[in-house]
Design a protein around this ligand. Structure first.
Ligand code: ADP
Length: 264
């Protein structure tokens, strides 16, 4: 009787593990189905607009101003498509361990200043203010400048996208025990506890209405890890979100000097 009891107990444990696995498979299939539908939509929207405008302009009879507007929309939508395809290619490169980095010394402070300039117009449109909170010193890290830009652009883009009008986004830059911590803090819509656990998962989006692929944070996290860093998120629904990226600080010293001559 005791053996039977133990056996049942084990089956019970195994049963719930199997149940859990089955639920996970169903859930991840659902996420992939949603991804295919949202990516198709993301591809179709700009294509429809490009097709429409090129046919319209081709039919002739438009004055130079209207033609310029049409050409502008075609250029903007083409950029959107290129961005989307690049995101998919990056994701697949990372999945296959084929992402190549061109490493050099990078001053994160300068890089963040560039990011702020880069997204300025987008933030203005939403009347969102961007502030860089850092002392005047350089914050050296060792990394691929373009990929580091991609990391912070994605985080800041999200912060703008999910911020309320007229709010402030602060980029904090601090040194912490051999690390540089960059935190992007917004006062936007925030994320509840359940969703926060999953936002870094590939394909995952809290709300699919706003567009996007749900790959941004998954790519960002993997790029941070390729730089030997860590990405953390904290958030409160209705209050705001802070995304922190920790990267190893490159101390001024022999190692940094060596790198200087290497990259000169
Ligand atoms: P996408 O590329 O679709 O924006 P991400 O992986 O970058 O996907 O983000 C996944 C989801 O995480 C977003 O759809 C959004 O719901 C949530 N999210 C990310 N950043 C923020 C933020 N700063 N505030 C609120 N929600 C956010």
């Amino acid at each position: 009787v005791r053996v039977e009891g133990d056996y049942r107990y084990e089956l019970g444990e195994m049963g719930s593990t199997l149940n859990y696995m089955a639920e996970e498979i169903v859930r991840s299939n659902q996420i992939k189905d949603d991804f295919i539908s949202s990516i198709s939509h993301e591809l179709r929207t700009p294509l429809t607009s490009i097709k429409g405008w090129s046919e319209t302009l081709d039919s002739g009879g438009y004055d130079p101003d209207e033609t310029r507007i049409g050409m502008g929309i075609i250029a903007k939508e083409t950029d959107r498509l290129i961005g989307l395809v690049e995101e998919l290619l990056d994701f697949s490169k990372l999945q296959q361990n084929e992402m190549k980095l061109t490493m050099a010394r990078v001053d994160l402070r300068e890089l963040l200043k560039e990011i702020v300039l880069n997204v300025w117009a987008k933030a203005e449109l939403k009347k969102v203010q961007l502030r860089l909170d850092a002392d005047g010193d350089a914050y050296w890290v060792y990394g691929d400048a373009n990929r580091l830009k991609q990391i912070f652009l994605n985080i800041v883009d999200n912060a703008i996208k999910f911020s309320h009008e007229s709010s402030v986004i602060v980029l904090h830059l601090v040194r912490e025990d051999g690390w540089v911590r960059t935190s992007v803090q917004d006062n936007g819509i925030g994320i509840d506890e359940e969703n926060l656990k999953r936002v870094k998962d590939r394909f995952f989006q809290v709300n699919t209405q706003g567009g996007g692929t749900g790959l941004g944070l998954a790519i960002t996290q993997q790029l941070v890890e390729l730089h030997e860093g860590k990405l953390d998120m904290s958030s409160e629904l209705g209050v705001g979100t802070t995304v922190s990226v920790m990267l190893p600080l490159l101390e001024e010293g022999p190692a940094a000097k060596e790198l200087d001559t290497d990259t000169a």
